[in-house]
Design a protein around this ligand. Sequence first.
Ligand code: ARG
Length: 544
Amino acid sequence: MKQVKNKLANILSENLGVEVSIEDIERPQPEHGDFAYPVMKAASELGENPRKLAEEAAGELEASMIESIDVAGPGYLNFHLDREAFAEHVFKAFEHERFGLEERDGKVLVEFSAPNLAKPMHIGHVRNNCLGDSLQRILRFMDYDVTSENYIGDWGTKHGQVIYAYRKWGSREEFEEAPMEHMYELYVRLHDEADEEDKNKAREWSKKIEEGDDEAVRLWEMFREATIRHNEKEYERMGIEFDRVTGESVVADEAQEIIDEGLEKGIFKEDDDGSVYVDFEDEEFPNTVVKRDDGSTLYISRDVANIRKRMDEGFDTNMYVVASEQDLHFQQLFRITERFGYTDIKNEHISYGMLHLQSGSMSSSKGNIIRLSEILDKARDKAREVESRDVSNAEEVGLGAIKYANLSVSRNKDIEFDWDEVLNFEGDSGPYLQYTNVRAKSILEESSMEGSLVGGLEDKEYRLLKKLSEFPEKVEEAGEQREPAKIANYLSGLCEEFNTFYHECQVIGVDEETEKRRLKLVEAFVEVTDQGLELLGIEALDEM
Ligand code: ARG
């Protein structure tokens, strides 16, 4: 509990006369105490013997919740709390809508997903969608003013290709029947069959879009609309909502302005062929082009314009959930906007590693991508196979499995996706969390009583309580570090603790006091897991 750690840190600071922060307060093995403070650092600052200092301090420290303090090893202060006072403190915090977390303020933009026009979302979007969505949920929970944005890749030299291919091979009928299938087929066909002439003609269509040619714009809009519609269904399936959908096209004009301004201010340089670039000679990055010799802007120029736009909209923090392949892009981008003096907005690239499927575990049906929808289908079908109990929620279980697998690994690490592990009901998986949550709810249903804190807490009960009490600070850590894995892993450990508790402590049909007290813990477990799952975007089920 942060408040308790805080309190201990304050008491220690006052009494020792050194700065003690909450990060200095540790959680020792349960047999040693509830919290601990190593006095060694303070002792060396004060030039004293740590063991002696710890012994002196132990004699002097006093606070309402502390029952006893003992000194161990070279200079550890181990605190034992008054269990009931601590429990009351925890349950009181849990009554609060944010489980006692202090509210944050700040206007935050979370950009994620950002798929491209006329292409279905693929495996690369799976982790992105899971991460971005969980992040927006966590930050909202902390009370930040969050806007989530889907920034579609809908501008640039490639988009003439679909138009060209559509006019050459496409049909209105097929498009209307299954727009994404058709667009993607055309894309793959162009990719496989195009010769130089085709490529040149496709490029002309891109130019026509930029110039506002009627037919080009009409088709571009039709494809854009169809892409967004198609993706909406996949987001709905994943339980993901955006506050707004924008795209590179929205800032295309501004990107041209930025080029002029950058040249004027000497931030950009013009090359002999008329293209414009940024010189990073004094920095560790390669130079980057912001305008081509044919006058068209690039991906990065639109991003510069977009940062200006978001700054003008009043965002304090601007987050990009984008894979680590684009690390360099964002480093260059942020360096450029610094040179423009856009310092009122704090930009963050929320980078993450690859999701690999085990080789041979899935083959793509068309083109050479594995589609997002294929992965969701497979998870659902697998969940149906594994689940002997209830197959009606295979979709939710499959989805829970995917989300947990993507969120429980820290962002910077790659993920090796193993279908059996991902759907293992016995531990460290989405279904395990969902199942333990359902099991706890069914205990509550079985009893006619309500939980309340009566009688003293036994060791096994107290262990569960202590684990429960860590929830708010895990949420805070996850939010601050943009790392949903903190919550995912915490929940997994909590479920394990709960299962141990339930195995060892009979809840229903014991004496009334014990039943009520244990029910109180089960209730708190349900609250924490309901909320925790919600922050991961995983559905808490009623039955399983
Ligand atoms: N559409 C891009 C892609 O698929 C990702 C866009 C990321 N966001 C950004 N503001 N650059 O690679």
